[in-house]
Design a protein around this ligand. Structure first.
Ligand code: DX5
Ligand code: ZN
Length: 218
């Protein structure tokens, strides 16, 4: 079943609570929370305090995307703040197995993300620890970038792999997802669609969630 994951990176931060409630009422299942450290990516964003503040407002799955170096240092802080899924980048984790183990040992779902230029390899060794694989369809760091079409073959490849080896794993895509690109990624096998600017960059985020879902299923 398709899940829509609005990214609050593009939300109006002066009205964050209302914006989160609006997308939840529109049926969004995940809330995507982009954490950036100014090192792994050239931007600074959200810390555990924001997750903690939003937690009582929402029953959505809090999908925390860590675009940070040394994520092990902060995993427990985000879990304590209310994260349900913690996704780390393969490029930032020299001891990836240990990092994923930390997330699983805390009883949370673990995700693994691949930048656009990264081969999606090594999954055999960590698959038992994984609940989600994230294909970055832009270079991480900013909202509002253009979808990289070459990522469709990576999505297809990972979709085949997941179906064969562990079908319960979510295949998420992140970057440049809107009503024009949604169908191509679901056709390729993605089942969790992150959308930031296409949701919160509009005057009606709730309608945008529904429009993306319709486009993805069309
Ligand atoms: C990019 C972030 C994305 C971002 C997507 O570095 O990981 O989650 O919010 O934004 P859009 O949907 O505008 O490309
Ligand atoms: Zn993200």
């Amino acid at each position: 079943m398709l899940k829509i994951a609005p990214s609050i990176l593009s939300a109006d931060f002066t009205a964050l609570g209302d914006q989160v409630r609006a997308v939840e009422q529109a049926g969004a299942e995940f809330l995507h929370i982009d954490v950036m450290d100014g090192h792994f990516v050239p931007n600074l964003t959200i810390g555990p305090l924001v997750v903690q503040a939003l937690r009582p407002l929402s029953g959505m799955v809090f999908d925390v995307h860590l675009m940070i170096e040394n994520p092990d240092r902060y995993i427990n802080d985000f879990i304590d703040a209310g994260a349900d899924i913690i996704t780390v980048h393969v490029e930032a984790c020299p001891h990836l197995h240990r990092t994923l183990q930390m997330i699983k040992q805390a009883g949370k779902q673990a995700g693994l993300s691949f930048n656009p230029a990264t081969q999606p390899s090594g999954l055999d060794y960590v698959l038992p620890l994984l609940d989600l694989v994230l294909v970055m369809t832009v270079n991480p760091g900013f909202g509002g970038q253009k979808f990289i079409p070459q990522m469709l073959s990576k999505i297809r490849q990972l979709s085949r792999y997941i179906k064969e080896h562990k079908p319960a794993v979510w295949l998420e895509v992140d970057g440049g997802i809107n009503t024009d690109t949604a169908r191509s990624v679901t056709e390729a096998g993605a089942n969790v669609l992150v959308a930031g600017s296409a949701v919160f960059g509009t005057t009606d985020p709730a309608a945008a969630v529904q429009a993306i879902r319709e486009a993805a299923n069309s």
